[in-house]
Design a protein around this ligand. Structure first.
Ligand code: HEC
Ligand code: HEC
Length: 379
């Protein structure tokens, strides 16, 4: 290589970090996460190498340190991804050339490593556990903007050099409202009624009317019933009927229709038997634990079936109420969220004392259906 050329390259190498420096290491850690962690982590540590934290990478694997900050050419990570020796990583398919370059540059820049991986992130800083905050809506004097959501929409439209659609006709709007809130199209009479309503608050009146109808709970209860793995039958080969499942279904619909506060809605599903033992309606909420797939899969193996049932309880409640698929940590620490296997069994232990019992039912005329028969209330 001629002297001139080498000098040109040196200038280039000096320029690149100015523009593309991976200051936090986020890009590099993302490359490692996507391509290496499946085999090099705390739980899956091939050749003794864990690449989920800087310390672990410095310590290295069976062959010694994998990372020498500032010296890519001495780092085994680079040897492995350049595939010039027998060590060729990832084994199945080479990294993109751009990713190899990113890692090389990152190591030469000292391998900064902002510890935000699932394995090492302190829970207090994990993105999904931050308090939801209310963003300030963009200020807009545009007449198209009627509320904060509009302000955000308009801001983005402008950024994309687009302008809003013309307002929908009354006939289109009424159809949307019925489908959204009832899941049913309006009849011709219902469309005519709305189109003819010229009062300034006609739209708000329509929405209130639809929300006040029992069809609202029937439509929106379905979304909740999907989340809590509701079905009238128990799945698998036999797909037997869960004869009383509909009681829980109707409880969900009623909760939506009567606007039950969300905290109560949760409490009654997870623990009405403990919190409201005297309230038969609330107790129907814990039907949550009696619907869902059949877990009695192994005839004569009550202990195994019991494990399956407790797993279902822990997995369902964590994904529905915590918004976390903690169930992945049943067999190993969670790969992407900071949930250890130990955490998982602590969650599951909450349900360890639960037993299913048959409850006597009695019709409560004020509701029009049967509820748990607690003498003092059923009167
Ligand atoms: C599918 C599994 C798998 C993936 C993915 C994988 N590796 Fe490996 N890695 C291995 C195995 C197996 C060995 C041991 C190979 C040997 O000893 O010849 C190893 C060894 C290594 C070593 C040597 C460790 C030592 O000290 O012995 C390094 C460095 C390494 N891998 C880096 C990486 C990097 C960097 C990536 C991602 C770009 C990666 N690996 C992706 C399976 C994997
Ligand atoms: C019933 C036990 C069990 C559950 C539940 C489980 N895993 Fe695993 N998982 C394993 C086992 C065993 C291995 C090791 C597989 C191997 O040796 O190749 C593994 C390995 C992995 C790996 C790394 C190896 C690879 O080939 O990708 C990832 C990633 C992973 N699991 C993600 C998950 C996620 C995400 C969930 C939840 C949706 C989950 N696991 C739920 C048992 C489980």
């Amino acid at each position: 290589m001629g002297r001139k050329l080498r000098c040109g390259l040196a200038v280039l190498a000096w320029l690149v970090p100015l523009h593309g420096a991976d200051v936090s290491g986020a890009r590099a850690v993302e490359i490692l996460r996507a391509n290496c962690w499946q085999c090099h982590s705390r739980t899956m540590t091939m050749s003794g190498l864990d690449l989920t934290t800087r310390d672990a990478a410095l310590k290295g694997g069976a062959r010694g340190p994998a990372l020498v900050p500032g010296k890519a050419s001495d780092s085994r990570i680079l040897e492995a991804i350049e595939r010039k020796t027998k060590l060729a990583m990832p084994p199945a398919k080479p990294l993109e050339a751009a990713d190899v370059e990113s890692l090389r540059r990152w190591i030469n820049d000292g391998a900064p490593w902002n510890e935000t991986s699932a394995a090492s992130a302190p829970v207090s800083t994990w993105w999904a556990f931050q308090k939801v905050t209310r963003p300030t809506a963009p200020k807009s004097a545009d007449r198209w903007v009627h509320n904060d959501v509009d302000a955000f929409v308009l801001q983005r439209l402008k950024a994309e050099k687009l302008s809003p659609n013309a307002p929908a006709s009354a006939a289109t709007l009424v159809r949307r409202a019925y489908l959204d809130l009832w899941g049913l199209p309006p009849s011709i009479e219902q469309v005519r009624e709305f189109v003819a309503d010229k009062r300034p608050d006609a739209w708000a009146r329509l929405v209130d009317k639809l929300l006040a109808s029992p069809h609202y709970g029937e439509k929106w209860g379905r979304h909740w019933l999907d989340l809590v793995r509701y079905s009238d039958t128990a799945g698998f080969e036999l797909d037997t009927y869960i004869h009383d499942a509909w009681r829980f279904r109707d409880w969900v619909i009623q909760a939506l229709n009567e606007d039950k506060p969300y905290n109560l809605f949760i409490q009654e599903q997870i623990a009405a038997d403990e919190l409201f033992p005297e309230d038969p309606v609330a107790r129907t909420g814990t039907g949550l634990f009696c619907v869902g797939p059949n877990r009695d899969l192994f005839p004569d193996q009550a202990d195994i079936n019991r494990e399956e049932v407790l797993t279902d309880y822990a997995d369902t409640t964590s994904s529905v109420f915590l918004g976390l698929t903690a169930g992945c940590a049943r067999c190993h620490d969670h790969k992407f969220d900071p949930i250890s296997q130990e955490d998982y069994y602590r969650i599951r232990a909450v349900f360890a004392p639960v037993t299913k019992v048959k409850v006597a039912l009695n019709r409560l005329e004020s509701l029009g259906y049967d509820v748990a028969d607690d003498r003092q209330l059923a009167r």
